[in-house]
Design a binder for this molecule. Structure first.
Ligand SMILES: [Zn+2]
Length: 237
């Protein structure tokens, strides 16, 4: 988005001050274990990028993003404006929210989680800074510089996406599964809700406030699963 303003402090912008409406200029996405794909209005063109974005959502059973309500609504707004059909429904999994559920850290930024918990040593990067440099290179007609900056943009975009599965794997036991794997299991067979393995070990009982007692199982991936069938009466641990 490009805005005209009068002051820096406590600035308020009205709709008449919008010089260029906001838009998505690139995206990176990963499907299961496949290599992360990337599309941008520079490396491809805007139409192709939005087509790929709309296809990605349409094909997805679940969409995982850091601060998903932000990205998801922007994406939907843009693909709708571009004339694409509404994607088929998908599970919305906000990794930022799930990662911070029941725990407190000083920052919710992906960059913070990467540096503190994943020991990802990449230097912090400002997307806005690169974007301003891209605009300056465009204005100067500096094609070589433009390519270098866009490639930098691509690199950081992809890095951010690649970080998410690492966070999910590292904290599998703490995070709600994206899709409960029992939906794919045979009838009557209990599998780990997180990874789908049937190598489960008994780990005591969970007594719900209502008094219903469930068997708790722990998987080799560390995630816990409760039996679907409740145990009648309290049993010894
Ligand atoms: Zn598991």
């Amino acid at each position: 988005m490009l805005l005209w303003g009068y002051e820096l402090r406590n600035a308020f912008f009205g709709i008449d001050q919008i010089a260029e409406p906001p838009r998505i200029v690139s995206f990176a996405a990963k499907t299961n274990d496949e290599k992360t794909k990337y599309f941008s209005e520079y490396h491809h063109d805007r139409e192709r990028m939005l087509l790929e974005l709309s296809r990605t959502l349409d094909d997805a059973d679940a969409l995982v993003a850091w601060n998903l309500p932000f990205d998801d609504t922007w994406i939907r707004g843009e693909i709708r404006e571009a004339g694409f059909e509404e994607p088929t429904p998908y599970i919305k999994y906000d990794l930022m929210r799930e990662f911070h559920k029941g725990v407190r850290y000083p920052s919710k930024k992906l960059d913070y989680a990467a540096r503190r918990f994943i020991e990802d040593s990449k230097s912090p990067v400002s997307a806005l800074k690169i974007w301003l440099e891209i605009k300056a290179a465009e204005k100067a007609g500096n094609e070589v510089g433009l390519r270098r900056l866009w490639n930098k943009f691509r690199k950081y975009n992809i890095q951010d996406v690649d970080l998410m599965p690492v966070i999910y794997e590292t904290y599998r036991d703490w995070l709600k599964p994206i899709i409960n794997q029992n939906v794919y299991a045979e009838d009557g067979v209990l599998v780990c809700r997180s990874c789908g393995s049937d190598r489960l070990h008994k780990r005591g009982l969970y007594i719900a406030p209502s008094g219903t007692t469930y068997q708790v199982w722990r998987c080799e991936c560390r995630a816990q699963t409760r039996s679907i069938h409740r145990i009648k009466g309290v049993q010894g641990r």
